[in-house]
Design a protein around this ligand. Structure first.
Ligand SMILES: Cc1cc2nc3c(=O)[nH]c(=O)nc-3n(C[C@H](O)[C@H](O)[C@H](O)COP(=O)(O)OP(=O)(O)OC[C@H]3O[C@@H](n4cnc5c(N)ncnc54)[C@H](O)[C@@H]3O)c2cc1C
Length: 411
């Protein structure tokens, strides 16, 4: 008997971990548009050089053995009736018996004029590379004799959105820029702003963590602008509105961490969705209309999860296990199960020297939390082999940030 064909779309937290758990029990194919996974919670550390690409963005060829076939390609359409998947620039289609949809979200520019064209998104390795290059480039253009007020204007970076991502990123950027200032003997200081339309930073997190975030933003000298809305982004900066007054700010880069929206592939699917466009799934993670289609991660509305988990890696990662077990049950005619997912804790990186961790209802911060976060994330990386290699590298070679050196010296 040939094995049933399971095709998994998207090689992120939901798709990759489902594939790893399912490999061997079916004919499993993982399809993703990139050739590597990204452990997004540490993309900030990649920007600062505390970790390297191979640590947090390993190639699928390194992670998958011959139990899972990897196909690189951008999925253009899914045909539920024909049970097939079409990829961009490929005439042949991939057929499936069971499909897993795990293509995640994309950056939400919320219709702000110029945001998609001119701001830097921060979801992928190449986005972090682009941002680091812009920081180096801006520093390289400051002559040592430039007066402080001009330096501050020329070295202004804005991060849009003060959710966890915006706060993690802005503190990391500020620490890197201040460090570069000292190393290059520049006058004055750089300026890093985080702009948030709500009335507080990290609105989705509890007060215990917020206290550490507020403190870190202050220590890293990040300017916090709440109740401020970005209305336009241009090639040289952005316009924001506060208390009914608009102001244009010249920036070296405006980074957009303002939210996540639905993947266009999902938008095109004619199945039951919430009013936000999320795919409604049964407690077993099956689509309500198709028992052979499982959906998880950022694109799924799953009632059995604590609301704070929506749109998190920790939910996708936990759902992957449920999806893999239920697919095995479906293929062997057994009963499918459900699970309630609770928050495993929170960990947030705050600059290059600190972090904050919330576990068991208790929050702690500082350098110890930074160490704890590295240890925690080592255990969450895919595959034992990769965890061991990375854990050894972090332990023996260290996780010191890589300074922003002049372009010719950057690697
Ligand atoms: C910078 C950053 C930091 C984050 N930090 C945290 C954190 O600390 N803790 C936490 O819990 N969550 C964090 N998140 C959120 C977390 O990354 C997501 O919730 C999680 O990745 C969602 O998993 P997923 O499997 O649904 O999608 P993803 O992990 O986004 O995976 C989707 C995959 O599908 C691929 N794909 C997309 N479209 C197509 C297509 N058409 N064809 C083929 N492949 C496609 C993508 O390239 C990607 O590999 C962070 C996100 C970002 C961007």
């Amino acid at each position: 008997m040939p094995k049933s064909k399971v095709v998994i779309l998207g090689g992120g937290f939901g798709g990759l971990f489902t594939a790893l758990e399912l490999g061997g029990s079916a004919d499993v194919t993982l399809v993703s548009d990139q050739d590597h996974f990204v452990f997004t919670p540490m993309l900030y550390e990649y920007l600062s050089g505390e970790v390297e690409a191979w640590h947090i963005a390993p190639q699928y060829s390194e992670l998958l053995d011959d139990k899972v076939k990897f196909v690189q390609g951008k999925v253009a359409a899914v045909d539920f009736d024909a049970q097939s998947v079409a990829r961009e620039n490929h005439a042949d289609k991939l057929s499936y018996d069971v499909l897993v949809l795990a293509v995640g979200g994309i950056t939400n520019y919320a219709g702000v004029e110029g945001a998609e064209e001119f701001s830097v998104p921060f979801r992928k390795i190449e986005h972090a590379d682009d941002l680091r290059k812009r920081m180096v480039d801006a520093l390289d253009h400051i002559p040592p004799e430039m007066p402080p007020q001009d330096v501050r204007r020329e070295l202004t970076f804005a991060v849009v959105g003060a959710g966890a991502s915006g706060c993690e990123l802005s503190t990391k950027m500020a620490d890197l820029l201040y460090d570069a200032f000292e190393r290059r003997n520049l006058h004055g200081e750089p300026r890093v702003l985080v702009i948030e339309m709500g009335d507080r930073v990290v609105p989705g997190m509890g007060d215990q963590i917020r206290d550490f975030v507020d403190d870190a933003l202050h220590k890293s000298r990040v300017e916090v602008h709440t109740l401020t809305r970005v209305v336009k982004v241009t090639a040289d900066g952005l316009t924001y509105e506060h208390n009914g007054t608009q102001e244009h700010l010249k920036t070296s880069a405006a980074v957009w961490t303002g939210g996540v929206r639905m993947n266009p592939l999902v938008e095109a699917l004619n199945v039951e969705k919430t009013n936000r466009g999320l795919l409604v799934v049964k407690p077993t993670l099956q689509l309500t209309s198709h028992d052979n289609v499982f959906t998880l991660g950022d694109i799924a509305y799953f009632a059995g999860a604590a609301p704070v988990l929506a749109g998190t890696a920790q939910l996708s990662f936990q759902q992957a296990s449920l999806a893999a077990n239920n697919i095995k049950a479906l293929l062997s005619g057994k009963e499918l199960r459900s699970k309630h997912f609770e928050e495993l804790g929170e960990a947030i990186s705050l600059g290059t020297e600190r972090a904050a961790v919330l576990t068991g209802g208790k929050a702690f911060g500082g350098a110890l939390a930074r160490q704890a976060r590295f240890a925690l994330y080592t255990s969450r990386l895919p595959t034992w082999h990769h965890r061991l290699r990375v854990g050894a590298s972090w332990f023996f070679e260290g996780t010191t940030p890589r300074p922003l050196l002049p372009l010719g010296f950057e690697r």
